[in-house]
Write a protein that binds this ligand. Structure first.
Ligand SMILES: Nc1ncnc2c1ncn2[C@@H]1O[C@H](COP(=O)(O)OP(=O)(O)O)[C@@H](O)[C@H]1O
Ligand SMILES: [Mg+2]
Length: 380
C-alpha cells in the first residue's frame, strides 16, 4: 500500500517540539503534508521566525518520516505562526486570559495570572539554595544538583535569582535568551534543565541596579510569565545573604524548602547560619545543609581538609536539620562551571558527581514533604 498523507501525519505525531515538549502535530505546527513517490514534503510552522531549534526540529521530522516504509526522503519547508495562531497556542499552554476559573487561569502576570507553584495542588517541589556569603559554591550546587535531579528522570527548572552575580546560564552552557511567544517566555534548556536568569535581561559587563520593588516584580514575572510546564523540581539560586529576594520569594512560594550551602570552616558556618535564621524569620522551612569544598582527594588517595572540617555538621546540628551531603573540592568542577559543562553530566562517575547524586537521591527520597498535595482533595 502506498504511503498516504495521513500516514505521514501519524508518523509525525510522536515528534515533540524541543522547547514545548508537546507533539508538533497537536501544537498545529504541521501545516501541510504531501507524498509523492517515495518522498514526503512537509510544511512546518515554527513558533517564532528564526527559531533557534529549527535544525533540531528538521532532524526529528526527517527521522520520523523516513522511518515509514516507502519514504526515503523528506523535503522540508518552514513558515512561522501568525499572531492569531500564537495567541491560540499560548492560550492552550497557559490558559485563557479571559477566564477567571481556577483550572484555566488567566495567563500572564499583567493579566493577573496566579503563580502556579503557589497553588497547594502544585506538584512542583521548590528548592531554594542559599548561603550566607558569596563564593561558597551556591551556584555550582544549584547547577549540579539540578542536573543530578534531571538524571534521575525528573523534569527540572532553575531560576537564577542571584541578580547581582547571575551565573547559572554560563554554568549550564546556555548562551541564548528565552524565546518570547506572544509574551510568554520559553526558557532555554540544557542537560535536561530549563533555566531563566536575570542574566538574560542584563548585559554581563553592566552593573545591575534593581531596587526592591523592581526585583519583586521581576521575580513575580519569572514565576508567572515563563512557560514552566509543571516541573517536578524548581531549584532557585538565591543571592548570598538575606534580603529583599528571600522576602519576596517567601511570599510567592510559601512551601519552598531551603537548603543552606556552607564551607567546612567554623567562620563560614556562622555566616551561613544567618541565611538560615532569615529563612526561619520569613517562615520558610530549612530542610538541610550542604557542605561544599569539604576535602580534596590527593593523587595519594588521601583526603586533605583544606578548609578545615566539621562546619557543615555543626551547622546542621545547630539548626536541627540533616547534613544532606558533602561535596569535595574538585578542580574539574570549576573548569566545567567556567565552560558550561556541569561535572555531573561530563564525569558522572567522578567523586563530585557521585556526591551530587547522593544529595539528589536524599532530597528526592528522604526529604520529600510528608504532606502530599492532592488536587482531588482540595477543599472548596
Ligand atoms: N566543590 C568545588 N570544587 C572546585 N571548585 C568549586 C567547587 N565549588 C565551587 N567551586 C568554584 O568556586 C567558585 C565559586 O563558586 P560559585 O558556585 O560561583 O559560588 P557562589 O554561587 O556561592 O558565589 C567558582 O569558580 C566555582 O567553580
Ligand atoms: Mg553564585
Amino acid at each position: 500500500m502506498p504511503v498516504t498523507d495521513a500516514d505521514v501525519i501519524e508518523a509525525l505525531r510522536p515528534v515533540e517540539d524541543p522547547e514545548l515538549h508537546r507533539s508538533i502535530v497537536d501544537l498545529g505546527m504541521v501545516k501541510a503534508v504531501a507524498v509523492e513517490g517515495n518522498r514526503a514534503s512537509v510544511l512546518i510552522a515554527l513558533t517564532v521566525p528564526g527559531c533557534p531549534l529549527r535544525n533540531e526540529i528538521s532532524r526529528r521530522v526527517t527521522d520520523a518520516a523516513t522511518r515509514l516504509d516507502g519514504i526515503d526522503g523528506v523535503d522540508l519547508e518552514f513558515t512561522h505562526m501568525s499572531e492569531d495562531e500564537l495567541s491560540a497556542l499560548r492560550t492552550r499552554l497557559h490558559g485563557d486570559p479571559a477566564s477567571t476559573a481556577g483550572s484555566t487561569p488567566a495567563h500572564g502576570h499583567a493579566e493577573g495570572r496566579a503563580i502556579p507553584f503557589a497553588d497547594p495542588a502544585s506538584r512542583t517541589r521548590v528548592l531554594l539554595i542559599s548561603s550566607g556569603k558569596g563564593g561558597v559554591g551556591k551556584s555550582s550546587v544549584t547547577t549540579n544538583l539540578s542536573v543530578a535531579l534531571a538524571r534521575r528522570g525528573h523534569s527540572v527548572a532553575v531560576i537564577d535569582a542571584d541578580v547581582w552575580g547571575f551565573s547559572i546560564p554560563r554554568m549550564l552552557g546556555i548562551d541564548r535568551p528565552p524565546v518570547v511567544l506572544d509574551q510568554m517566555l520559553l526558557p532555554p534548556e540544557a542537560y535536561g534543565v530549563r533555566c531563566i536568569s536575570m542574566g538574560f535581561f542584563a548585559a554581563e559587563d553592566q552593573p545591575v541596579i534593581w531596587r526592591g520593588p523592581m526585583l519583586h516584580k521581576a521575580l513575580e514575572q519569572f514565576l508567572t510569565d515563563v512557560y514552566w510546564d509543571d516541573p517536578d523540581f524548581l531549584v532557585v539560586d538565591l543571592p548570598p545573604g538575606t534580603g529583599d529576594i528571600s522576602i519576596s520569594l517567601s511570599g510567592f512560594l510559601p512551601r519552598s524548602e531551603v537548603y543552606v550551602v556552607t564551607t567546612p570552616q567554623p567562620a563560614a558556618q556562622r555566616v551561613a547560619q544567618r541565611a538560615a535564621f532569615m529563612a526561619q524569620k520569613v517562615n520558610l522551612e530549612v530542610k538541610g545543609v550542604i557542605e561544599n569544598m569539604a576535602w580534596f582527594t590527593g593523587d595519594d588517595g588521601r583526603r586533605y581538609e583544606l578548609f578545615g572540617a566539621g562546619g557543615g555538621r555543626e551547622l546542621a546540628d545547630r539548626l536541627e536539620v540533616p547534613l544532606v551531603g558533602q561535596i569535595p573540592l574538585v578542580p574539574a568542577l570549576r573548569e566545567g562551571a567556567d565552560t558550561g559543562h556541569p561535572i555531573v553530566a561530563t564525569e558522572p562517575d567522578g567523586e563530585a558527581a557521585r556526591a551530587f547524586g547522593l544529595i539528589a537521591g536524599r532530597i528526592d527520597d528522604e526529604l520529600a514533604p510528608t504532606r502530599r498535595f492532592h488536587p482531588e482533595l482540595k477543599l472548596i
